[in-house]
Design a protein around this ligand. Structure first.
Ligand code: COA
Length: 594
């Protein structure tokens, strides 16, 4: 099939010419195909399926003033950061390895504040904050944040042309007002739940809401806001209570890291904080009364790396120099606008359905933060292996030990060396990895009498070296723009665009079962490195699959592993167990005298 497609006279040749012509016309021929395929034409609900959650080190709050102060400092830092972006002063990053020094595209960094995904019936769209006018004039743009507290949304101005930028005390006073006001209200309709359902259903519901001027005004305020702040209630310690594997890490009020991570990923369901969210919003900072802090972010605008850099900066600023002084008396600022909704019976029914849907999704998520404390990237580097390559092979081995086979595996590889580049897919399930896993999974020599099944350490090491070589090549090919997935996607989309009729079938390489299987990523992974003791995770992308993010530190590795309870074949805790055994076995092999 491939030969027919790519050979002399094959359709592939014509489609390739089409892509080359597209490349001449556009800054990046691939990114819009990719954005549609990965996000905007994906109808799945955002929580669990798409939005990652990130946990910051918990704070110690004793009064609501502490909460308001800390939050005000984060907002203040966001406004400062946005002003810096508006001046286009963000330094350009450069690749540090593999052709070091190449400039990296910074476009994602400029899209984080003021952006929002908007639902559509066939395709979502993105609201991106307009660039401030280049003509100068020095006028401040109007800016605000939206604060969610007990499912009630408020609009807090942070900057206006007529009064300039609010100072930290003024923002703090606004937040204190919200923290006083929200608990006194009768439970407001949790409209935010609608952002957590399938996209086409939310699009329908939003269209109905928009018929009313007030609702439309609210939706516009939320979309245009710099970010959303979720002032949460803590999840109970019993929420999803299971024994967390590995090192203990953060703990607040008896809540372990898995419990904290779930608050960030989905909020805990409609009875807890899921109604205190706006899942469409690019940046949602979560701050809860017990000191748990983190982030839920909508993925279509940027990869985790850009988001982490921003939120770690905000967190650091808030953490340093925090006082518990009450704010100075307010400067005649009106209280923040409460967003009230005009809802019909149909809207209420949809919200109720959304609550049911989201609660089922929340219940189905089998999630596990696993701190592997045996070793970290210092040991791996001492073996002269790339830590990313090493961990990918550990994930392959963990999967193999459970299922006796490998599966299509996705690892995101940044392609920011290209203008508007996002990611391509490092495919870690290689024949070399399989050969090594097969050897590693055999019983140890001293445990088994039947000798013909045995593989010596020397052979295992040789197979390991081959697997490392292949995985390193695959990784470098991808980050240098030689991955296969984006190219195949381009050819597929080109086939659709050039097809004479809508009913014209796609070329057979895109309709064959092998293509479907190759894109059914039962293992969806990515390295999400952070500079602080924070971590980020996400759900699986297939009903029978695993999500696995990893954050390699010097002497340990933080994994976030996910699966669905509704799948009989998966289990995040069994995967964690298998991963631990794999990592230990690998160290044993590589530490033996050779
Ligand atoms: N021997 C010793 N050290 C090595 C080594 C080797 N053979 N190969 C690499 N190292 C070192 C590197 O120099 C680097 O050192 P540093 O910690 O001092 O900087 C470190 O190990 C890490 O390198 P490596 O493991 O190869 O990974 P990387 O940092 O180059 O990352 C990717 C690889 C694929 C993860 C990265 O290029 C990427 O694309 N990241 C984006 C992922 C993403 O999008 N995540 C978010 C999804 S939302």
């Amino acid at each position: 099939m491939v030969a027919r497609f790519g050979g002399e006279g094959g359709l592939g040749r014509r489609l390739q010419l089409y892509l080359l012509a597209r490349q001449e016309k556009l800054d990046n021929w691939a990114v819009n195909y990719w954005l549609d395929d990965m996000y905007l034409k994906n109808d799945l609900a955002l929580p669990v399926n798409s939005n990652p959650g990130m946990v910051f080190p918990p704070r110690r709050f004793t009064t609501i003033l502490d909460v308001a102060r800390f939050t005000a400092r984060m907002i203040d830092a966001a406004v400062t950061h946005k002003a810096m972006l508006d001046r286009r002063e963000l330094p350009i990053e450069r690749a540090t390895s593999r052709e070091p020094g190449q400039p990296l595209c910074m476009a994602q960094y400029y899209r984080l504040l003021g952006s929002c995904r908007l639902p559509g019936k066939d395709r979502d769209s993105q609201h991106v904050a307009p660039q401030p006018s280049q003509s100068g004039g020095g006028e401040l743009p109007t800016e605000h944040v939206v604060v969610a507290c007990r499912s009630q949304l408020y609009c807090v101005p942070v900057q206006a042309p007529d009064r300039g930028r609010l100072n930290e005390d003024e923002i703090c006073a606004q937040l204190l007002h919200i923290l006083d006001d929200a608990p006194c209200l009768a439970s407001p309709p949790p409209v935010g739940l609608l952002t957590g359902i399938q996209r086409n259903k939310w699009a329908e519901a939003r269209e109905t809401l928009c018929r009313d001027d007030r609702n439309r005004h609210n939706l516009e305020l939320i979309a245009r806001s710099l970010l959303v702040i979720c002032l949460d209630e803590p999840l109970p310690t019993s929420f999803n209570c299971r024994l967390q594997k590995g090192g203990k890490g953060h703990n607040t009020g008896g809540r372990d890291e898995t419990n904290l991570a779930l608050q960030m990923i989905h909020g805990g369901g409609s009875s807890y904080n899921s109604s205190n969210r706006w899942f469409d919003k690019t940046i949602q900072l979560v701050i809860s009364g017990d000191g748990a802090c983190g982030l839920c972010y909508e993925h279509s605008s940027a990869e985790g790396i850009a988001v982490i850099q921003l939120v770690e900066k905000l967190y650091k600023h808030a953490e340093e120099g925090q006082t518990n002084e009450p704010p100075a008396p307010s400067s005649h600022l009106p209280p923040p606008e409460r967003l009230e909704w005009n809802l019909e019976a149909d809207d209420h029914r949809r919200i109720e359905e959304a609550a049911n849907f989201l609660d089922n999704l929340v219940k189905d998520l089998d999630y596990q933060v696993f701190r592997f404390i045996g070793y970290g990237k210092d040991f791996i580097k001492s073996c002269k292996v790339s830590p990313d390559v090493y961990i990918q092979l550990a994930l392959q081995l963990a999967y193999y030990r459970l299922y006796g086979k490998l599966t299509a595996t996705y690892e995101s590889a940044s392609t920011r060396r290209f203008k508007h580049g996002r990611v391509d897919c490092i495919r870690s399930a290689s024949p070399e990895a399989l050969a090594w896993c097969q050897a590693m999974a055999l019983p140890k020599e001293d445990e088994k009498k039947v000798t013909f099944h045995l593989v010596s350490d020397e052979i295992k090491l040789n197979l390991w070296n081959e697997a490392v070589k292949q995985q390193t090549k695959e990784m470098i090919d991808n980050i240098l723009g030689q991955g296969i997935d984006i190219h195949l996607l381009g050819l597929r989309e080109a086939a659709k665009e050039t097809s004479p009729t809508a009913s014209h079938p796609l070329p057979e390489i895109f309709t064959d079962e092998s293509y479907r299987l190759a894109n059914k990523f039962l293992l969806s992974t990515s390295q999400v490195a952070t500079s602080d003791d924070t971590f980020m995770g996400y759900g699986p992308v297939e009903p029978e699959g695993y999500g696995a993010s990893y954050n390699p530190k010097g002497s340990h590795i933080i994994f976030c592993l996910s699966a669905f309870w509704s799948s009989e074949s998966t289990s995040s805790s069994r995967f964690a167990q298998s991963l631990e055994e794999s990592l230990n076995g690998m160290k044993e092999l590589l530490s033996r005298p050779q």
